[in-house]
Design a protein around this ligand. Sequence first.
Ligand code: GTQ
Length: 390
Amino acid sequence: MMINMHGMHKSDLRERGAAMSQQWTKELEEFHEELLSVNLGPLWADISWMNTIEPTPKAVPYLWKSELIMSYLERAETLLEVGTGSAERRAVYLINPGMKHLEPRGWGGATQTLYAAVQAVKPGEIAPSHRHTATALRFVLKGQGGFGRVGGEEITFEPGDYLITPSWIWHDHTNKGNETVFWMDCLDTPFIVAMDVSFTEFHPDIQQPLFVQQDYSSKRYQGGMVRPISDRKPHPAPLGRYKWGLTKQALEGMKETPIDPVDGYAVEYINPSTGRDADGRIGARMQLLPPGFKGKAHRHVHSNVYCVYKGQGYTVMNGMRFDWKEGDFFVIPPWTWHEHVNTSESEDAFLFSTNDLPILEAFNFERQEDYRENEGHQVIREVFTPLMPK
Ligand code: GTQ
């Protein structure tokens, strides 16, 4: 039984809440209308949606198939030129259907705080240099030849790499290879929209000048667990690129240790000079689910955007099963029960995910709860049918 901080049972609280949402007399209803007409509100009628017993997220659990996103991105490849043409960036972004009513365009929300997209850069294109207060990170999906200039350093992009372009740092991207390069972008755009704090500046040059040698920061961090002594002082972004090889090695090492029943084996990308999240406002993780892994359910206040890097399986969210495979994206809204399963009997599944923990923790909002019934597994009541390309 759930007991709240003041010793009341949850069910008692619900009853009290229900008793309050009474029918108003005609006179009071007219009074409410009159208040609204002069831009005032009746707290007695509205307090229950303000002080909710627990979060009631607008974002819903949802999944976008790789085929759907990629088919539209391919069309955008034929319709748009980046840099020289009209497009500053070529990216197709996720709009959570539960947030669609927010203008404009669902505030660009995959969840209430996180924007996510797949960006494509064709050979020879340059996505011009700009900087913005929104913070951004990338996870490379496929294609060789991608490079990003970030804060005066040119950084190589390879599949499986995690890259950061923190708030207000100049960044531009290019493709020096001969195939299109695709990566996931994640920004805190909906949060920035909610706070009304968006500033953007365009660099006078298409590509910013370089101040250090190619891949300077990843050259300094090849060892993984040691840092150059000059980075003992906290630096907002001492490392721009987290190579897939090192991340994979860390997870392979964890496979020799006991597994977490909820998350499998999971690591988070950190700023080596502070030990905190690599990006100041968006957390990011890589998770390995071994063959046949059947995770237990839990829920937390922070939200996630997941990108399936490798493997196949499903995630149950609030009793609905969402099947996924490589290249699919799905979102876990706040306070949503979820559990992950790897359905392969031979292959590991690798899930990249981003989260808004850095924001929530800053204000002490984070809570988490384990699912205790049915040995930690939800009953699957429905199977999600994803949209596919026409
Ligand atoms: O590459 O700088 O998906 O500014 C959205 C906004 C990517 C970028 C996005 C951006 C970028």
